[in-house]
Design a protein around this ligand. Structure first.
Ligand code: NAP
Ligand code: ZN
Ligand code: ZN
Length: 349
């Protein structure tokens, strides 16, 4: 099997170092992709530090993959050599359960085959992600990157883009709705841009006052620094929908009071520990809901890419070399990323 260069966490919490992995020879439906760029999602950091448990090490993270097709299996019909393509958070699923048939493979009843820290369909070969020079993926789990989006800007859309697009669509955001976005990081800044393009009035709730000008530039109508004690109270009952992207423990009870009657807070941030302080009163007396959402299916991811191309939406990125990955992790944890680190994979060659 071909061996390719990668960066891996040898064990939980250890710095990532250069590593070699094997990629399979392409089967009839496989597409071989030369990876050009890979985004750094906060989920990569949670995984590499094994904050969610059950990590497979050595682990090559990365599920915001953008590259160019270099080879195709003999039965591939969707892609040809030279196409610009992407791979997101999963590389396969059972394909027969109701969610898979419905195009919501992220809710596959057997569990999707994640791009890394998971297994291939054989149930035993570990999957390894996009911090590597090449990946081999079944054509049905590959996305087409629109020509107007550069590959480095396309990469973060494959997770941060679709993770925020999916709940905005599912909860049917319409022009004039007020959408709150909590946390202005990789996911948060995409939520602002996409919700604004859908016609929503966006309010950003952030702990970093220094991000105010950016939030307004990305399309938010208002920026609220949540640190002062009265900040939440003074914005009670303002949001129809909230996308909560915070990667750490949050005061859920207080934040739900930001919702209007019948409003919903969608949790997409996935902190290490459970959030247990739910006070039911603010929910009951305003019929407010708290929900969760995970990434998006293949069909919806393609729809999101096309939506971003149509509305000229791209992420704000900071391009780094592979040797800067560990530093980028530290800066992301400190909320000091503007707004997505993207690895230039040619620095791994
Ligand atoms: P990120 O770039 O690090 O952004 C998270 C933001 O949360 C920070 O920029 C910061 O925004 C805010 N924040 C961080 N620590 C905080 C704290 N202690 N209190 C309050 N706010 C805090 O991370 P990301 O890549 O956007 O990912 C966010 C979370 O979503 C992670 O937990 C990730 O694993 C998860 N995720 C989930 C899915 C899904 O499908 N559900 C997909 C991808 C990622 P401010 O500076 O503005 O406060
Ligand atoms: Zn992600
Ligand atoms: Zn399935």
């Amino acid at each position: 099997m071909p061996t390719v260069n990668a960066y891996a966490a040898p064990k939980a919490k250890l710095p990532l170092t250069p590593h070699k992995i094997e990629r399979r020879h392409p089967g009839p439906h496989d597409v071989v992709i030369n990876i050009h760029y890979c985004g750094i999602c906060h989920s990569d950091i949670h995984s590499a530090r094994d904050e969610w448990g059950k990590g497979h090490f050595p682990m090559v993270p990365g599920h915001e993959i953008a590259g160019v097709v270099s080879q195709v299996g003999n039965a591939v019909t969707k892609y040809k050599i030279g196409d610009t393509v992407g791979v997101g958070c999963f590389v396969d699923a059972c394909r027969i359960c109701a969610p898979c048939k419905d195009g919501t493979e992220q809710y596959c009843e057997s569990g999707m085959n994640l791009t890394y820290n998971s297994t291939e369909k054989d149930g035993k070969t570990p999957t390894q992600g996009g911090y590597s020079t090449q990946i081999v993926v079944d054509e049905n789990f590959v996305l087409r990157i629109p020509a107007s989006i550069s590959l480095e800007h396309a990469a973060p859309l494959l997770c941060a883009g679709v993770t925020t697009y999916s709940p905005l669509k599912h909860w049917d955001v319409k022009p004039g709705d007020t959408v709150g976005v909590i946390g202005l990081g990789g996911l948060g800044h995409m939520a602002v841009k996409i919700a604004a393009a859908m016609g929503a009035n966006v309010i950003v709730f952030s702990t970093s006052d220094s991000k105010k000008a950016d939030a307004l530039k990305f399309g938010a109508k208002e920026f609220v620094n949540t640190k002062p004690s009265d900040a939440i109270k003074s914005h009670a009952n303002t949001c129809d929908l909230i996308i909560n992207t915070v990667s750490e423990h949050i005061d859920l009870a207080a934040l739900t009071t930001l919702l209007k009657l019948n409003g919903t807070m969608v949790l997409v941030g996935l902190p290490e520990n459970a959030i247990s302080n739910i006070d039911v009163r603010p929910l009951i007396f305003k019929r407010r809901g708290v929900a969760g959402s995970v990434i998006g299916g293949i069909k919806e991811t393609q729809e999101m890419l096309d939506f971003c191309a149509k509305h000229k939406i791209t992420p704000e990125i900071e391009l780094i070399a592979a040797t800067q990955i560990n530093e980028a992790y530290e800066r992301t944890i400190k909320s000091n990323v503007r707004y997505r680190f993207v690895i230039d994979i040619k620095t791994m060659a």
